[in-house]
Write a protein that binds this ligand. Structure first.
Ligand code: G3I
Length: 358
């Protein structure tokens, strides 16, 4: 049996409304008709080939997020062209079925086309970056109300070598790349919600403290420059074996809230490589991790949305990157491989609905 902690078990019960104390901690003003909006990141391949996948998106999502098709490598095969067709396919489906859309992302150190590596000067980098953001945000002005403007700009470990993540944009533009990206997005669509998105923001330890302070520093700096930033996206790729920093996260959210910046959960899933092979116990373990995480968040605020990074265990990056030693298939998402709801699904649903009732 997996060593479930008392806290994680209690958090699991809390998710089912038992002695959660949840309602009293939520602001009634934040309650929404259908609870916290739920998003699903959509992979193109199953979207095109698996009818059950499309049906799950229709049945469960309020928001759809193209998982990869708005990234530079997908849109920018060459320097002179923009290939919007595949992202448009997902976004048209979202609109047809009454779903909102989030855009992921406008700047990242990763998943860039080869020609980007050949950029050789600050001037060229700025021109290419500004042009990209202008064209992409403008193309989706009427249909994408919320953007991950920058993705993973904080160093994996800011305690070693500073706050910034290495990459092409930092190399040529220095820390200004973040301000350039936000300023350009704001200018192109003044009504869009602009989000800074990053991972490893909820756990306990000095590296995580440093990551939270780096994000706060970036938000303050943008605001000092009168550049709008509306949200922090906590990716929430949750390692089942790590503990959350309840106080650290609460302070982080409160400080952001004082700056007028909201929290979004943007890429929720659970890295289950060290949990029991037994599927019943594993699914409970995964649900408990999610319950504990959502309890930490909802104890301080209702996030603006919760998006999971996929919907079914049939398709997940975790199966490629965090394979289990015992060879058992990973189970990181709300629905199993046969599209049946797992306890993780109910936990998310219960937190979302609890927010609605408060
Ligand atoms: O579509 C091709 C397929 O035709 C080909 O056969 C196959 C061979 O490798 O590759 C497929 O493309 C892959 C693509 O995902 C679609 O599945 C790429 O190789 C692969 O690199 C790409 O990975 C994505 C990764 O970001 C890089 O863009 C993952 O799906 C996606 O889940 C992951 O998402 C990131 C977020 O953007 C940021 N936060 C972390 C998160 C997980 O790594």
């Amino acid at each position: 049996m997996e060593p479930l902690t008392r806290r994680s078990v209690l958090a699991g019960f809390a998710a089912f409304g038992i002695n959660s104390g949840l309602g009293s901690k939520l602001s009634p003003a934040m309650a929404q008709a259908r609870g916290t909006p739920y998003g699903i990141a959509v992979e193109l391949k199953p979207f095109r080939t698996d009818p059950q996948y499309r049906q799950a998106l229709i049945d469960h999502a309020d928001i759809l997020v193209p998982m990869n098709m708005l990234k530079w490598a997908s849109l920018r095969h060459t320097k002179d062209q923009f290939d919007f067709a595949r992202a448009d396919e997902i976004i048209a489906f979202a609109r047809k079925h009454g779903k909102s859309v989030r855009g992921h992302n406008l700047l990242w150190y990763g998943y860039n086309p080869k020609w980007v590596d050949a950029i050789s000067s600050r001037r060229e980098a700025e021109r290419v970056l500004v042009d990209h953001i202008e064209q992409v945000v403008d193309h989706y002005r009427e249909v994408v109300p919320s953007w991950d403007v920058v993705n993973e700009v904080v160093a994996h470990n800011p305690l070693k070598g500073g706050n910034w993540r290495d990459g092409i944009w930092l190399k040529h533009l220095g820390p200004d790349h973040v301000a350039i990206a936000f300023r350009t997005a704001a200018k192109t669509d003044p009504s869009a919600q602009l989000v800074i998105n990053d991972y490893d923001l909820a756990n306990s330890g000095l590296r995580f403290d440093a990551r939270r302070s780096a994000i706060l520093g970036i938000v303050r700096k943008l605001q000092d420059q009168n550049i709008p930033v509306h949200g922090v996206g906590m990716q929430a790729h949750l390692y089942a074996e790590r503990g959350f920093d309840r106080d650290g996260v609460a302070q982080f959210i409160q400080k952001l809230s004082k700056l007028g910046v909201n929290i979004l959960i943007t890429e929720l899933d659970v890295i289950d490589w060290r949990l029991s092979k037994n599927t019943v116990r594993r699914d409970m373990g995964v649900a408990n991790v999610v319950a504990e995480f959502l309890d930490v968040i909802y104890s301080t605020t209702e996030p603006q949305s919760i998006t999971s990074w996929g919907i079914t265990d049939r398709y997940s990056w975790i199966s490629d990157v965090f394979k289990r030693k015992d060879g058992a298939p990973n189970r990181p998402l709300p629905l199993d491989r046969n599209y049946q709801k797992k306890p993780m699904f109910d936990v998310i649903e219960n937190y979302r609905k609890a927010a609605q009732k408060s």
